[in-house]
Design a protein around this ligand. Structure first.
Ligand SMILES: C[S@@+](CC[C@H](N)C(=O)[O-])C[C@H]1O[C@@H](n2cnc3c(N)ncnc32)[C@H](O)[C@@H]1O
Length: 416
């Protein structure tokens, strides 16, 4: 299509201007139809870099580095929640008082005006502020923890990545300790990896774990896929058949690197009548903070050293193997393979990248893993190759979230 016909272009722009002028109503209408909302979002995202001049592109893009820290300051001062919960807009002075941190009001007004210029909040009068859709989106506990996690835990690694790659001659790094994260944070030999570093930083660890628990809230989950649940319940019957204690003593689901147990709880809720135990595994100091219900047990361990639960129906990894290059993923998976029964299932809940046309959600996660851990998000071919190397046969790959290509890879021990 060519847009040389000025009249139709003019009408399109006028229509978009009208939408933008009445954002509150337009936003509510557009959000009511998810398909249309996504189409419009994609179109706008594609148009912006096409329309900008070099100066405009630089203005938007070069200062990106400030957006996240500004949101972090807003989280610290509880700005998003205060505005969301207030029935009326609030002045700078009121926000300063309600924040409980006694900020200088002139300093605060500079931060607020920056936030308003980015739509994090709305400037409804001179020095008077109201909530915005974007700020409301960031106001929940999980989202606030996500902002804190990104700034306090990840940002230094990300800005160090160019120098790290330069110093390493652009060779693909695999070592878990020699990372952009380690270089940027000048870590000590006792805390070489991000996960070691978290051990002595409870607030950073809390933000990471809260974010991990909540970051996919509201998106589709593998637990909605009946065929996967059936695979697990069938496997449970097979692995417990003829064994001492039968189904009562069996293990249905082991969540390896499961954080504080949200997927164990979700699994139990999904199949409440399935007998046997559910097991949460993670580092000792992480499972110490897991509050679990009856029927879910926890084991503190290092999965680089072994897998203590033998013959379970399913061994599940969510967003774990992306943290480890193949050099470490092989032994982690190898211990699981050795613990598995011939009918046990390996379940890998991960992004599976396409060979071309990867979405921004996937590519940014991939480079974040590089900066933090010398690790990566894998393509389908890469997953299959890695799993074959460790002695697994992929039975199925079930995509349950098309947009971000979240999938559950179902594999079994290859027949020897
Ligand atoms: C990215 S998080 C994923 C957490 C959880 N599976 C989820 O999807 O929310 C990776 C998890 O691996 C755990 N982990 C890292 N190194 C570990 C190790 N050596 N042994 C056991 N768990 C480890 C971390 O503590 C963290 O909970």
């Amino acid at each position: 299509m060519t847009y040389s016909r000025t009249a139709s272009l003019d009408a399109t722009v006028s229509f978009l201007e009208k939408l933008a002028a009445n954002l509150l109503a337009a936003g509510t209408d557009l959000r009511a139809n998810d398909q249309l909302r996504k189409r419009l979002l994609l179109a706008i995202q594609k148009l912006i870099p096409e329309l900008e001049t070099p100066a405009e592109a630089c203005q938007r893009f070069l200062y990106n580095t400030l957006e996240l820290p500004a949101a972090r300051i807003a989280v610290d001062l509880n700005i998003f929640n205060l505005l969301k919960e207030s029935p009326t807009p609030l002045s700078t002075e009121e926000l300063a008082k309600l924040s409980g941190k006694n900020p200088d009001t002139r300093l605060l007004s500079r931060i607020l005006r920056y936030l308003a210029s980015l739509s994090f909040i709305r400037e409804v009068d001179t020095g008077v502020w109201a909530a915005s859709h974007l700020g409301n989106n960031l106001s929940g506990e999980g989202q606030s923890a996500g902002v804190a996690n990104m700034v306090d835990n990840c940002a230094i690694a990300m800005v160090t990545l160019p120098d790290f790659l330069r110093c390493h001659g652009y060779k693909a790094p695999e070592d878990k300790s020699d990372t952009a994260f380690a270089q940027g944070n000048r870590v000590t030999p006792e805390e070489p990896t991000f996960f070691d570093w978290l051990k002595t930083r409870p607030e950073n660890a809390r933000n990471f774990n809260v974010f991990m628990t909540s970051h996919r809230t509201g998106t589709k989950t593998w637990l909605d896929r009946q065929e996967v649940i059936k695979e697990i319940t069938d496997a449970f019957k097979k692995v417990t058949a003829g064994k001492e204690g039968g189904e009562e003593k069996g293990v249905s689901f082991v969540d390896i690197g499961g954080g504080i147990g949200h997927q164990c709880k979700a699994f139990k809720k999904r199949v409440p009548d399935l007998k046997g135990k559910i097991v949460l595994e993670d580092l000792e100091e992480v499972v110490a903070n897991a509050e679990l219900e009856e029927g879910i047990e926890k084991i503190g361990l290092d999965f680089l050293k072994g897998q203590p639960v033998k013959g379970a129906a399913s061994y599940y990894f969510r967003s774990v193997l992306r943290n480890w290059s193949d050099q470490y993923a092989r032994p982690i998976l190898g211990y699981v393979r050795d613990a598995m029964d011939k009918d046990s299932l390996l379940l890998i809940d991960e992004l599976v990248l396409p060979d071309r046309g990867a979405h921004r959600y996937e590519t940014q996660l991939d480079l974040a893993m590089l900066a933090m851990l010398n690790a990566e998000a894998r393509t389908e071919a890469h997953w299959k190759q890695l799993l074959a190397e460790v002695g697994f046969e992929v039975k199925d790959i079930v995509f349950y979230e098309e947009e971000a290509r979240e999938a559950i890879i179902i594999a079994k021990k290859a027949a020897s």
